[in-house]
Write a protein that binds this ligand. Structure first.
Ligand code: FAD
Length: 392
């Protein structure tokens, strides 16, 4: 069984990080991804120091700094009148305080960096266009997993199964959790603006969060300042599960027509929109069963209102591999310790993200009280408990 691979389902950020760390620790891995390639979908990601610290520890700093931007600060503004509500310095101040940078990066750049590092290892086999479709056996001795493509399927005997297969995790379902994600009434509109098309009067080197009735907008630089990533989240009953669909420009322009001109300029600068319906899920009763476990969104999806979903997937991968390395012959114990350690933090961050969603989308007159509270809050300290995470 020692030579059998760890089978990782899903080459998202969590699965790739786990494969890289396991491979480097000397464990053979089989990484199965249902898509046929890593597509340029998903646009930007903010990577706070809790995540960038781990990626730097993996020796990826030089490559990632070729792609990432380091916004100077985050400004929070009222979307109806452009009043500044609060701000927080990012840039050098973050790196000084937490020993790692606050990056913003295109998701495809991060995934490609991780993928290249994984491909450089001799003991990780990567198969695209295949998905985990059944678990035939999962006991103290081994796991037997069926991997299928459109035309064939094969049973793979593996040392353990790691479900890094995202919000709609099929591995979780195969482990017995039949619950479904819940639509919470948010739509995320995402788009990229090449820097040459970005309005001159809007900042190029800072992140902004605009709050307005039943909607908010976030924008930040990526690709070393060569593009601005824009996310506009609206409260909306339209629910379309799965990957993004194209967003109609007229619809979003109309949605923000009563906002301040600067905020409207942000929206109108975006040439093409992709729209995601945002789903949440109740806490899973368990993440692990014998020789199988879950990580990242598969275990605990996080609404994007704290920019922590990918960061948590990276933290999960690092914690899981540390525990596997401690007791490679007692994997069920390793998975239990991993889950016990990760669950409270994941739940706390999920709840904080949910609360941000509610606060961001309040309606007048509650927005008046909300703005007063934000004005009095020292944003720079508010998330120390998230950013200071260090894996022991
Ligand atoms: C609008 C928006 C903005 C966000 N912004 C941020 C941010 O700024 N910072 C941040 O940290 N997070 C952010 N997130 C959250 C982040 O995108 C996710 O939390 C993160 O991608 C989760 O990574 P993962 O590896 O767990 O899952 P995923 O990225 O979902 O990867 C899962 C992979 O598994 C594959 N798969 C699925 N089923 C199978 C199967 N049966 N077999 C094999 N493969 C399978 C999928 O194709 C996919 O490639 C944002 C999310 C949204 C929606």
């Amino acid at each position: 069984m020692q030579d059998a691979p760890f089978l990782i389902a899903g080459a998202g950020i969590g699965g790739l990080t786990a494969a890289l760390m396991l491979g480097r620790a000397g464990f053979p891995c089989l990484l199965i991804e249902q898509r046929t390639q890593i597509e340029e979908i998903g646009a930007g990601l903010q990577l706070s120091p809790n995540a960038s610290r781990i990626l730097i520890g993996l020796g990826l700093e030089q490559t990632l700094t070729r792609f990432a931007s380091t916004p100077e600060r985050l400004q929070v503004l009222d979307g109806t009148n452009a009043a500044s509500l609060s701000s927080m310095t990012l840039g050098h101040s973050m790196a000084d305080r937490f020993g790692a940078p606050y990056w913003s990066i295109h998701r495809a750049d991060l995934q490609t960096t991780l993928l290249d590092a994984v491909r450089g290892l001799g003991n990780v086999r990567l198969i695209f266009g295949r998905k985990v479709s059944a678990i035939k056996k999962n006991d103290d001795a081994s796991v037997v997993v069926t991997c299928s493509s459109a035309t064939q399927s094969e049973d793979v005997v593996c040392r353990a199964l790691i479900g890094a297969d995202g919000l709609w995790s099929h591995v979780a379902e195969l482990l017995g959790d039949k619950s479904s994600p819940e639509f919470l009434g948010y739509q995320a509109w995402r788009g990229l603006v090449p820097i040459n098309n970005w309005p001159m009067h809007l900042p190029k080197t800072e992140s902004r969060l605009w709050l307005g009735p039943k909607a908010h907008i976030v924008h930040y630089p990526i690709r070393r300042g060569n593009a601005i990533n824009v996310v506009a989240v609206t409260s909306d009953t339209d629910n379309r599960p799965g990957w993004a669909h194209l967003g109609e420009r007229d619809k979003i322009m109309k949605r923000f027509r009563d906002w301040t001109p600067e905020a409207k300029d942000v929206i109108s600068a975006v040439p093409d929109w992709s729209v995601w319906s945002l789903f949440d899920r109740r806490e899973r009763t368990r993440w692990s069963e014998n020789r199988a476990t879950l990580l990242g969104d598969a275990a605990h999806p996080v609404l994007p209102f704290l920019a922590q979903g990918a960061a948590l997937a990276i933290e999960d991968a690092a914690t899981l591999v540390r525990e596997i390395t401690k007791t490679p012959d007692q994997l069920a114990d390793a998975f239990r310790r991993y889950e016990t350690e990760r669950r409270p933090r994941a739940t706390k961050i999920q709840n904080a993200a949910r609360a941000n969603g509610q606060t961001y989308h309040l309606r007048w007159p509650l927005t008046v009280a909300r703005n007063m509270v934000i004005r009095r809050t020292d944003l720079s300290k508010r998330y120390d408990w998230i950013y200071s995470f260090i894996l022991n």
